[in-house]
Structures are given as structure tokens and as C-alpha cells.
Design a protein around this ligand. Structure first.
Ligand SMILES: Cc1cc2nc3c(=O)[nH]c(=O)nc-3n(C[C@H](O)[C@H](O)[C@H](O)COP(=O)(O)OP(=O)(O)OC[C@H]3O[C@@H](n4cnc5c(N)ncnc54)[C@H](O)[C@@H]3O)c2cc1C
Length: 366
């Protein structure tokens, strides 16, 4: 039996924040769009976005969608970085106001709803294969009960770090390092609710904690080879390491053996980030160090830039692909420069592999 086929201007694989924003913007430009959505298994991680998120969403007309996802205001940020004493950064004087704790799955659902209102065709399914044909690209999709082929003049890969589509078309992912996150949900300690974000450096990596809808999200960011968190007793080891971060452990009540979600979290980029009839956006294009809290901001801004590049390409402006590639490369290089400066400002552990890998001079090499 022949596989049913759908033809659109733009086909987008992945309906996370980046894919949904790209779909909306391409549809608003008058393009026919298919958005393929494989439901992620991820839970709410307690992500934070910086104040600059607001003007970006306002410019894109997506601020109401964000507010509907019930984000919580975050007026201050504490960090024990370069010193054992917490330093406060208050957003009261920031030109764009506060940072935000968001529930990413809720925000993504709002974006998908807005996309379908713009006549984006949402397909629940997995892209299993991508191929380049002469005049277009094709995505092969498996839904729960059938297969479908989506032909598109431009394909956008928004499948996150896996970059499933772009890698299928020949791109490769370049990982800067093996940074990994180990996250658990804890009860906030004490009666007063936690409203701020805390970042605390320790000898083996750093800790992040922030309020999430289901408690306090607490995450250790380190290298897999620095801390051997093998499968056995992972939760117990994590709790033992938490005690090395006094300010974080003072505000988190962890279970004896909590469930730990392990995720690759290091910076990486796709090479190339675009081809003649495809481009990647969001984490598929580049992942940013979680220290920067800018993955979602980048997801939205690259999706907007990518959708505009796709629209320009459809209007025969072929330099759009090169321009998009330059833009993404510059952003990523800038991120790496800022990241190095930030890690080098923590000088307390010159014998630690985690810190020497990130720029602190090793002990004896000062
Ligand atoms: C531990 C951790 C903490 C973080 N904390 C923050 C933070 O505080 N602030 C911040 O700004 N950023 C943070 N980030 C980064 C942020 O979460 C990501 O940058 C952002 O979610 C990327 O969005 P995306 O849409 O590009 O990719 P994703 O969110 O990964 O979405 C990809 C989508 O594609 C779908 N998909 C995958 N494969 C297929 C397929 N074959 N077919 C169809 N669909 C597919 C997935 O199901 C998913 O829905 C953090 C990341 C990690 C790992």
C-alpha cells in the first residue's frame, strides 16, 4: 500500500519551544507548515529565563502565550561563585524587570495551540528518516497507527540535541565537553517558599536550584568522568555530594535515594547548521551551557531567525542560508567566550579536573 503523502512549504520536526515558534512564524508569513510532534518524556526541570526573554517574546507577539503558561517572577538570583559567600543579584533595576521560572511543558503547549490557530498542521508522530530529493526534502513519519511522508521545500530540524533530521542529512554534532546534569526534585527546607535561583560552585562541579511546580528543582552539573555516578545507588551518591554544597543543601530536603534524571548538558553545535533546503534551530542547532540560562532564549530567537530564513529561501533569496549560518556561529562563539570568562572567575580548586578543564590554571601551572 502506498504511504500517504503531504506536501507543504515548510516541515518542522520537533514541537518543543523552538519548533513551535518556528512553525508560528513561518505560518504567519503565509507559508503552509507541518509540525511533527513526538511527545517528550521529560518532566518539568524548573528552568529559568532571563529578563531579556520578555522583549524578545513581545517583539514576536508571544508574551500572552507565555503569561498563560503561568510563569513565576524571579526577582533575585544568588550565587556562591569565586567565594563561599552567597552574592545577590537583584533585578529591581533591570530595564526588562525580573527573570522568570517557567513550566516549559506548559509554555510549549501554549505555543503549539497558537501554531494550530495559525493553520499549522500538527502531526503526532516520530520522524524516522529524512531524505534530500532534487527539488525538496522529505520526512518519513510514523504515527501511532500509520506512516506518512511529508514533502517540503524547506525542512527545519527542531528535534533538540539529537538533531535527528540534520544528522540524517549528513550533519555532525561537535561537543565542546562532556558536561552532564544530574537533577532531582526536593522539598524546599523551612517554611518560607524558595523564590530565587541559587548557583553554588563546589570542587566537583556546580549546583543549581530553583522553584518548580512540583517542589524545588536541584541539579548537579559536572563531568561524568569526574564523579562516577554509576547506576547503583545513584540517588544516594547524589545526596552525599549535595552535602558538599552547604547553601544548596540548607534549602533542599532530599529523599534518602531520590530519582535522578541524567542529561547531557554541555555546549555543542551542529556542523553544518544548515544546508540547501534545510536548517536546524534551538538545541538542534546549538546547545548552551546551563550556567548561562539561555537555552530557551536561544531556542526562541534561533527559531524566529530560522523561520525567516526559510521564508526568504522560499522567495529565492539563497543567501538566507549563509546568513543564518553566520548568525548562529557568531552567537555560539560569543557564548563560548562568555562561558570561559565565567568559569575562569572561579579559582578556588586548582587541583580539580572539572575546573581545570574549563580554564582555571591547573595546580602548579599558575
Ligand atoms: C538539565 C538542563 C537544565 C536546563 N536549564 C535551563 C534553564 O534554566 N534555562 C534555559 O533557558 N534553558 C535551560 N536548559 C536548556 C533548555 O531546556 C533547552 O535549550 C530548550 O528546551 C531547547 O528547546 P528545543 O525546542 O530546541 O529542544 P527540545 O526541548 O529538546 O525539544 C525537541 C522536541 O523534538 C521532539 N523530537 C525529538 N526527536 C523527534 C523526532 N524524531 N520526531 C519528532 N519529534 C522529535 C522532542 O520530543 C521534543 O518535543 C536546560 C537544559 C538542561 C539539559
Amino acid at each position: 500500500m502506498a504511504v500517504p503523502q503531504l506536501s507543504v512549504d515548510v516541515a518542522i520536526a520537533g514541537a518543543g519551544v523552538a519548533g513551535s515558534v518556528a512553525a508560528l512564524i513561518a505560518a504567519r508569513a503565509g507559508r503552509s507548515v507541518a509540525l511533527i510532534h513526538a511527545r517528550p518524556r521529560r518532566r518539568n526541570r524548573g528552568e529559568t529565563v532571563p529578563p531579556e526573554f520578555r522583549p524578545l517574546l513581545e517583539e514576536l507577539g508571544l508574551w500572552p502565550e507565555f503569561l498563560r503558561s503561568a510563569p513565576r517572577e524571579c526577582w533575585s538570583n544568588h550565587s556562591c561563585w569565586g567565594s563561599a559567600h552567597p552574592r545577590e543579584r537583584h533585578y529591581i533595576c533591570h530595564p526588562y524587570g525580573c527573570a522568570w521560572h517557567l513550566c516549559l511543558p506548559a509554555f510549549e503547549a501554549e505555543l503549539r495551540a497558537a501554531a494550530t490557530q495559525q493553520r499549522v498542521r500538527l502531526i503526532d508522530g516520530h520522524v524516522t528518516r529524512a531524505e534530500n530529493r532534487t527539488e525538496h526534502a522529505a520526512l518519513h513519519v510514523e504515527t501511532s497507527d500509520h506512516a506518512i511522508r511529508v514533502d517540503a521545500a524547506v525542512v527545519i530540524d527542531a528535534t533538540g540535541r539529537s538533531a535527528r533530521v540534520a544528522r540524517g542529512l549528513g550533519a555532525t554534532r561537535l561537543n565542546i565537553d562532556q558536561t552532564t546534569s544530574f537533577a532531582a526534585t526536593c522539598e524546599p527546607a523551612g517554611n518560607a517558599g524558595v523564590t530565587d535561583t541559587l548557583v553554588e560552585a563546589t570542587d566537583i562541579g556546580w549546583w543549581y536550584s530553583a522553584p518548580a511546580t512540583d517542589g524545588l528543582s536541584v541539579m548537579l552539573v559536572t563531568d561524568t568522568e569526574v564523579v562516577d555516578l554509576g547506576a547503583n545507588g545513584l540517588g544516594e551518591q547524589w545526596v552525599a555530594l549535595l552535602h558538599r554544597a552547604p547553601n544548596t543543601s540548607a534549602r533542599a530536603r532530599a529523599a534518602a535515594d531520590p530519582a535522578i534524571a541524567v542529561a547531557a548538558a554541555g555546549p555543542s553545535r551542529l556542523h553544518p547548521v544548515a544546508g540547501p533546503n534545510w536548517l536546524a534551530v534551538g538545541d538542534a542547532a546549538a546547545t548552551y551551557d546551563p550556567l548561562s540560562s539561555s537555552g530557551i532564549l536561544h531556542g526562541v530567537s534561533s527559531a524566529a531567525a530560522g523561520a525567516r530564513a526559510a521564508d526568504a529561501l522560499l522567495a529565492q533569496h539563497f543567501s538566507a542560508i549563509t546568513d543564518y549560518t553566520h548568525h548562529e556561529t557568531e552567537l555560539f562563539d560569543d557564548h563560548l567566550r562568555q562561558r570561559s570568562a565565567r568559569y575562569r572567575s572561579e579559582q578556588r580548586w586548582p587541583a580539580s579536573a572539572f575546573w581545570t578543564r574549563r580554564g582555571i590554571p591547573a595546580a602548579g601551572r599558575q
